[in-house]
Write a protein that binds this ligand. Structure first.
Ligand code: ADP
Ligand code: 5GP
Length: 234
């Protein structure tokens, strides 16, 4: 693979995003970059994190089905596709060399290693959507959420929690997509993620996918009552 092109992305890496005929400029950001939020339209970025198996992908799939107006960032990863996953839909699947190139050239807003694979958020498409006022959602791990917090302090960080630890294990095993050794690594990472819940602006407990989606939509639409801090069973 010689390069990863993000759909709708025509800017050179590391350049600024221009919006509209007036050319409102949003500075480029990254783990080490300057804060560049909120965008010109006052929109905000929402980040959804939580332990592997809690139901993030399920929630996001339901959200995309019911609310196509929300834009979900498609991450790049070195993980192999699971059955049914398509390049450019769930992820951009790349090899180590291409990931190295993307990270080194500043094309990733944040990136992290998780359970033996690397994952990152393409920078340009996120900045473009924010500049255009599109409700924008990232589904990323704790390390990525911390990087976004540092680069974009106005971003809203939402933690998705399982009803119980036992239920998390059950969901992760029940999914049947990873061998036991990978499940163990993901559960170990999950314990660390659960301990970092307090770093997030609020928690939604994934009891009902539909209820979590309802709350998330309210958050993305910036309803003040939806973003009251603390835990919220869904
Ligand atoms: P993640 O993306 O957080 O790793 P997934 O979305 O793949 O998690 O969900 C893990 C498993 O849990 C899947 O089999 C999914 O169908 C199931 N699941 C997700 N949400 C719920 C829920 N609210 N109740 C019961 N099972 C759920
Ligand atoms: P999975 O392999 O189950 O799809 O994802 C594993 C973990 O990687 C999940 O916690 C998911 O949120 C996280 N992840 C997915 N994309 C990104 C990304 O772009 N950046 C970071 N930091 N984590 C990501």
């Amino acid at each position: 693979m010689t390069g990863t092109s993000w759909p709708g992305e025509s800017r050179a890496p590391g350049t600024t995003a221009a919006s509209g005929s007036g050319g409102a400029i949003l500075p480029a950001v990254g783990p080490e970059g300057a804060p560049a939020f909120p965008g010109p339209t006052g929109n905000r970025l929402t980040v959804l994190s939580g332990p592997s198996g809690v139901g993030k992908s399920t929630v996001v799939a339901e959200l995309r089905r019911a609310h196509p107006e929300v834009w979900l960032s498609v991450s790049v990863t070195t993980r192999r596709p699971r059955p049914g996953e398509t390049h450019g839909v769930e992820y951009f699947f790349v090899d180590d060399k291409e990931f190295d190139r993307l990270a080194a050239s500043g094309e990733l807003l944040e990136w992290a290693e998780f359970a033996g694979n690397r994952y990152g958020t393409p920078r340009g498409p996120v900045l473009d959507r924010l500049a255009a006022g599109v409700p924008t959602l990232l589904e990323i791990d704790l390390q990525g959420a911390r990087q976004v917090r540092a680069a974009m302090p106005e971003a809203l960080l939402v933690f998705l929690a399982p009803p119980t630890w036992e239920e998390l294990e059950k969901r992760l095993r029940g999914r049947g997509t990873e061998p036991e050794e990978v499940i163990a690594r993901r559960l170990a990472a999950g314990r660390i993620e659960m301990a970092a819940e307090c770093e997030f602006d609020l928690t939604l407990v994934n009891t009902s996918v539909k209820e979590v989606c309802r709350r998330l939509i309210a958050l993305l639409a910036d309803a003040p009552e939806a973003s009251s801090p603390g835990r919220s069973p869904s």
